[in-house]
Design a protein around this ligand. Structure first.
Ligand SMILES: [Zn+2]
Length: 199
């Protein structure tokens, strides 16, 4: 069967999505072209729009459409509380629980020596500067409960220890391997509420 070049390109592009292999990419491509061209146009428009408008907050790194995100700019947030998370999705998970009123810092990843991701590749320099330059009374480390998340938490804690401020971590009891993004709200709220001091 002859396949057009454009179809091959579309399949190849769809493989950029997480968890999408060649078979799924083909199914999606054929579905969109056969049965949902309108949907395909919407995806194309939304992607273009997102690429044009979405940038990173200059303070906390999360995705936003202005230099400073709504959370960082809000007068209602407690600016002495700083919660460190791995990704914008983790920030979103905590926001959905609705129990936290402080600010965030998004590392945009986790330490992973195997993948060559060290402190320089993540936002640690800026995090250090934020803690140095602001009156923060507590840093809550809310990295995922995975091996890499724990390594990242340990590094964060050691880096910030000299400041002598309160540094807490989410309570254990969160299932090991638990990623914030996929945790149910009650578990996440409890982990947050019962956060413990690091030594
Ligand atoms: Zn921000």
């Amino acid at each position: 069967m002859a396949t057009s070049n454009a179809i091959e390109q579309l399949k190849e592009a769809l493989k950029a999505l997480p968890g999408v292999g060649p078979k799924n990419a083909q199914r999606m491509a054929f579905h969109l072209m056969e049965r949902n061209r309108e949907g395909a146009q919407k995806i194309a428009d939304a992607l273009n729009n997102a690429l044009e408008r979405i940038i990173s907050c200059q303070r906390c790194n999360t995705f936003c459409e202005s230099e400073i995100c709504d959370i960082c700019a809000s007068e209602k947030r407690d600016k002495q509380l700083l919660c460190v998370v791995e990704t914008p999705a983790d920030l979103q998970a905590i926001e959905q629980v609705g129990a936290y009123r402080g600010l965030y810092f998004v590392l945009m990843g986790k330490l992973s020596p195997l993948e060559g991701i060290g402190p320089e590749q993540l936002g640690f320099k800026r995090l250090n500067a934020i803690v140095a330059e602001n009156q923060i009374r507590e840093v809550i480390i809310a990295t995922n409960i995975t091996a890499e998340g724990e390594t990242t938490a340990d590094y964060t804690q050691q880096m910030l220890a000299p400041y002598g401020i309160s540094i807490t971590r989410l309570a254990r009891g969160v299932p090991v391997g638990g990623e914030l993004e996929y945790m149910d709200q009650r578990t996440l709220a409890a982990a947050f509420k019962d956060r413990r001091a690091t030594s």
